[in-house]
Design a protein around this ligand. Structure first.
Ligand code: AMP
Length: 523
């Protein structure tokens, strides 16, 4: 296949080759073909251009996941802008902060949310042009109707899609920042296309594939879902938030929609294995299960692989700043005695990796250090945060910029990396070095433990106190004595948490990861 340079080239090419093929499905509601998706995104491109959007601008997307939102992001990049997907489920003030922070020229909004967002934007004195879309219409009809209405007021002359340069921004994804304000990770067309091409090489998708779209669009997992799928002329099956967290309904949907390539954070896969009733359905179409974003506790991975023995499993690792940068195929079956997580694997072929100590010196193989990444997949920087951008990178003697992931790893003889934890999750207790992830791994071995997150708090007397937040599979949780005895049997004394706090289910972020920030606030 001809190499593409702009992210939107793939759709344009596919729409020419197979206009009738189904591009995106809203399960049980509607679908759109490649030809129609190309045409609808062209119409939005024309409208955006008429509104003054051009190369180098930003377009906000404040829509629930839908065919409208897929067409919107494609229309934005065709107009030369970077798309900025904002979580419509988060407080409007947060959305307004993001849209104002990167100064979007236009924002495409679900009509039912327009007033709230409008008020929050006004408070910031931000005045982007708003295109309101009726989110209850399906199959792209909401966006089409909004464009029809705009055409009635003033026509938008047809223009050509912008030929973006590799360094032009394709999208900005906002992640939570350590300062408490979201920070915008700037990803260029080159970043995106190099990643998409690596996915093609590694997973060999075909036009017959049906990709899940489980992650929200403001999460970097969506880049693989949307853009790899469209590049290969496959079908993207959109999974909304309601079904996305409901294991039995999701299990049914994966079977009914004949998903062949699944990609999500591990937490929902663990839920599917436990509560999805997977044994009831036919998953003969499923050929690859990709997961990323956090450690997949081996006991849940094992349970899943036993219920779904057919597909291949891949552990993908990477921060939003690089998208996926290492990967590992899980060898099946998962042996019963294994309880340590699988490695995050080898560096992806389009990137380079190094493990560095605090002084920036490469460590010897097998020693711990921070994983640093260079290559065309690495972000351009953080939006309007030059200081954080410059501390996020270091330049080596030949001028190569290496992104510091903040993750501590070791490299094995076979060049596979093992993830040990965040740089910032390493604590010292009574002089001992403690990885909070190690305590979590220890507690996960308890048969009744479903989820665990361990947090260190500053303590006036002891210097540091450690709390384990847990949830259980069973209504009758282990007693304090039982869990302490278990810890004493499984962890060094200095790693035993001071406090154990039980939840029915641990709080989650909008991207379905355990919400450590929230737990830290619970103190
Ligand atoms: P995000 O930017 O939201 O994708 O979060 C990135 C962080 O999630 C990384 O820096 C890691 O700490 C963690 N992470 C991502 N993928 C994995 C994985 N496969 N295994 C363990 N941790 C992961």
């Amino acid at each position: 296949m001809r190499a593409i340079t702009c992210l939107h080239d793939a759709l344009i090419t596919r729409a020419r080759q197979s206009p009738q093929a189904v591009a995106v499905v809203e399960p049980g509601q509607g679908s759109i073909s490649y030809g129609e998706l190309d045409a609808l995104s062209d119409r939005l491109r024309d409208r955006l251009t008429q509104l003054g959007v051009g190369r180098g601008d930003r377009v906000g997307i404040y829509l629930r996941k839908s065919i409208d939102s897929v067409a919107t992001l494609l229309g934005a990049i065709k107009a030369g802008a970077a798309y900025v997907p904002v979580d419509p489920g988060a407080p409007a003030a947060r959305g307004a902060y993001i849209l104002d922070n990167c100064a979007v020229k236009v924002v495409v909004v679900d009509a039912t949310l327009a007033d709230k967002l409008g008020a929050a934007l006004e408070e910031r004195s931000a005045e982007p042009t708003v295109i309101a879309v009726n989110g209850s219409l399906v199959g792209g009809a909401g966006l089409r109707a909004a464009l029809d209405a705009a055409d009635e007021r003033a026509s938008a002359p047809g223009v050509s899609s912008v030929r973006s340069d590799p360094g032009d921004l394709a999208y900005i994804l906002y992640t939570s920042g350590s300062t408490g304000k979201p920070k915008g990770v700037m990803l260029s067309h080159e970043n995106a296309v190099s990643f998409v091409d690596w996915c093609s090489e590694s997973f060999s998708p075909t036009a017959a594939d049906r990709f899940s779209s489980h992650a929200p669009f403001h999460f970097d997992l969506s880049i693989l879902d949307i853009h790899v799928c469209l590049k290969h002329g496959a079908t993207l099956v959109l999974i909304g938030e309601d079904i996305g967290k409901d294991a039995p309904r999701l299990a049914q949907l994966i079977a009914d929609e004949r998903i062949s390539i699944w990609y999500s954070a591990p937490s929902i896969l663990a839920l599917l294995a436990q509560f999805g009733g997977l044994a009831k359905h036919d998953y003969s179409s499923l050929r690859q299960v990709l997961f990323a974003g956090e450690v997949f506790a081996v006991k849940h991975l094992r349970a899943l692989c036993e219920l779904w023995p057919r597909p291949r499993y891949f552990n993908l690792y990477g921060p939003t700043e690089t998208n996926v940068c290492t990967w590992h195929e899980v060898p099946l079956p998962v042996p019963p005695e294994r309880n340590t997580p699988y490695p995050i694997g080898k560096v992806c072929s389009h990137l380079r990796a190094r493990v560095l100590d605090q002084d920036g010196t490469v460590v010897t193989r097998g020693s711990e250090g921070e994983l640093c990444i260079a290559g065309p997949g690495v972000m351009r920087g953080y939006w309007a945060l030059p200081e954080q951008t410059s501390t996020g990178f270091f330049k080596d003697a030949d001028g190569t910029a290496w992104y510091r992931t903040g993750d501590i790893v070791t490299e094995a003889e076979d060049a596979c990396y093992t993830y040990l934890g965040r740089r910032d999750r390493m604590v010292k207790r009574r002089g001992y070095r403690v990885e909070l992830g190690e305590i979590e791994a220890g507690l996960y071995r308890h048969a009744k433990v479903k989820e665990v997150a361990v947090v260190a708090f500053a303590d006036e007397l002891a210097g540091l106190s450690i709390t384990a937040f847990l949830s259980s599979h069973e209504a009758k949780r282990p007693s304090l004595i039982e869990i302490k005895r278990f810890c004493a049997e499984n962890l060094p004394l200095y790693m035993i948490p001071d406090k154990f706090t039980w939840f029915d289910s641990l709080p989650k972020t909008s991207t379905d990861k355990i919400n450590y920030q929230r737990l830290k606030e619970l103190g």
